[in-house]
Design a protein around this ligand. Structure first.
Ligand SMILES: [Zn+2]
Length: 434
């Protein structure tokens, strides 16, 4: 990035702000979709301003337009010259299993030898192994692990994530996980939106009794979680052999009654009717959707459910099948993107998620960028505050070392992030934590 040049100041008629990003080669605003997510052809409307500038005051964007226009009205002691850069809204990762202890590198070899996800799970591996590790970790250890993980996300340009519990699977350990998410959110700078995913797997104590486990969550856990105000969403792993449609419906409706907005792991491995269920219960988002039926996609469109697609998930499961993003876009269902960051799919880089969306889901770079910014903001019900570069929004901005937005998608691996601004403050500078 070039250093800004000193200019003669004419302070008389100019408003002093905290920070100005100027001369952005391409300022990608994603503007115009705060009230509703972009769908269909709108998903390519990046709202690019060539030679754009952003003025920031008190954590918020006060101007975003041509550099000449912004500099005629605003001045700042701190200015960033982005002439060699694209400037985007901070990336939003709409689906992460952020809180986990341990790792599962040994399962890679099992996968290579052909073991399926559900086979590994049935042998006590997969989620259940991470459950053991996460239960054994103290809250402080888990917090420290997640703190380091949050730094990595920031360095890769992500400023907000949806973060699920789901490796505790006991009331105490689910609360521990949600408290870690809330603590980290309070620490900043990364924003974490907490999702209760107690129904991520059937815990060993309830083997063969998934329905009883759901009953316990509904009657015993939901009240304790809602009284603590530690979760925003309630999610379920709705999948054949895990939580069936009826069980998932009961849980999501019970969660909704106590104020937890539903989101669903839907139709990832089988066409179970998860997309239809998401529409029926009024979920904000249905996620994965590799096997969503046409009827399910139609119902999602009618009910306004966002399709949060996770292209790294089938990649790491070594599946040949990916979600049919083109179908969702053709039906006008807004698409958001998430990493599915978890011990099974350890990916902390939203740039790579965007590239996988292009190469594996056949989304265009513009669609993938919209899906990773404003539509992801809608998927986590935060679009009034973040997801685009518009006046009044929080100044969450990522500056990348590229001159064309299509480098997002095109380039695989290698971190293009130069600067990350979170709540108006530079938190990553020259690729490193500030
Ligand atoms: Zn997931």
């Amino acid at each position: 990035m070039r250093k800004p040049q000193k200019e003669n100041r004419c302070a008389l008629s100019k408003t002093e702000v905290d920070l100005i990003i100027e001369h952005a080669h391409q300022l990608i605003t994603a503007k115009g979709f705060t009230q509703r997510p972009a769908g269909g052809p709108e998903m390519e409307e990046l709202g690019i301003i060539n030679d754009g500038a952003v003025a920031i005051l008190n954590e918020r964007i006060v101007a975003a337009s041509k550099t000449d226009d912004v500099l005629s009205k605003y001045d700042a002691g701190k200015r960033i010259d982005a002439a060699d850069n694209i400037v985007t809204p901070g990336f939003i990762d709409a689906h992460t299993h952020f809180v986990f202890a341990g790792s599962r590198e040994s399962e890679l070899e099992q996968k290579i030898k052909g073991a399926s996800y559900l086979e590994i799970l049935r042998k006590g591996g997969g989620i259940l192994r991470t459950v053991r590790d996460t239960r054994a970790a103290s809250k402080e250890d888990l917090l420290q692990t997640c703190r380091e993980r949050a730094k990595s996300l920031l360095v890769h340009g992500t400023t907000t994530i949806e973060a699920k519990s789901g490796y505790g699977l006991s009331l105490q350990d689910e609360i521990k996980s949600l408290e870690v998410i809330n603590s980290l959110n309070n620490e900043g700078p990364l924003t974490l939106i907490p999702t209760f995913l107690g129904a991520h797997a059937i815990p060993p104590e309830f083997d063969g009794r998934g329905g009883e486990y759901i009953d316990l969550i509904i009657t015993g856990w939901l009240p304790k979680i809602t009284e603590r105000h530690i979760a925003h969403f309630c999610d379920v792993f709705c999948e054949k052999g895990v939580f069936e449609i009826d069980e998932s419906r009961r849980l999501l409706l019970a969660g909704k009654r106590v104020g937890l907005m539903p989101r669903v792991h839907a139709d990832e491995l089988y066409s179970l009717g998860g997309a239809e269920l998401a529409a029926e219960v009024g979920a904000i988002s249905a996620d994965h959707l590799l096997y969503a039926s046409d009827l399910g996609v139609e119902r999602m469109k009618q009910a306004g459910v966002i399709a949060t697609l996770l292209p790294a998930a089938p990649l790491t499961l070594m599946l040949d099948r990916y979600a049919d993003a083109r179908k969702f876009i053709a039906y006008g269902v807004p698409v958001a993107l998430g990493s599915d960051l978890s011990p099974s799919c350890w990916i902390e880089d939203e740039q790579l998620v965007i590239a996988l969306a292009c190469y594996k889901l056949k989304m265009t770079p513009a669609e993938a960028i919209m899906a990773a910014t404003i539509n992801a903001a809608h998927s986590i019900q935060n679009a009034q505050e973040i997801g685009s570069i518009e006046i009044g929004k929080k100044a969450d901005i990522t500056i990348l070392n590229a001159k064309d937005y299509r480098f997002l998608g095109y380039r695989l691996g290698g971190n293009m992030v130069d600067t990350v601004i979170k709540n108006g403050r530079v938190v990553v500078d020259d690729g490193h934590l500030a």
